[in-house]
Design a protein around this ligand. Sequence first.
Ligand code: 5GP
Ligand code: ZN
Length: 136
Amino acid sequence: MNCIFCDIINRKANAEILFENEKVLAFLDVRPVNYGHTLVIPKTHSENFLSVCKEDLLELIRITQMISGAITKSINPDGFNIVTNNGTAAGQSVFHFHFHIIPRFNNDAFSFKPNLKSYSNGTMREFADKIRAKIF
Ligand code: 5GP
Ligand code: ZN
């Protein structure tokens, strides 16, 4: 299997590594939205948010909070986004699960500009019912 993030974990590819422990690696994104943009990944390969094992996910979230704190203290952004893209339609380009930590600045070049929909009569309940039926 060809995976650039596994190559980074195994030191077969270079990266600016910020932190690692037994389960997790954090490194700078090579094409940052803003400088300091960081990726946090599990060391065990997993494709996405649904398939990553729960233990790894808990540790990823813990480390994502820790690195977000370090970014905030060091770079002093006005805010930050935690993002995970899942599937090509959502913008995922590397199919090894990762959280992005994106430092944000007032009036920076990055923005989510969604075309917001409205629910027509009754459809909100329909969507809620469909989703509730699959929660277990
Ligand atoms: P995705 O599009 O899957 O949510 O995010 C993948 C991210 O990985 C992109 O932001 C991209 O810039 C970053 N990336 C891809 N290849 C490399 C690489 O070889 N090294 C580093 N440091 N980042 C990479
Ligand atoms: Zn991988």
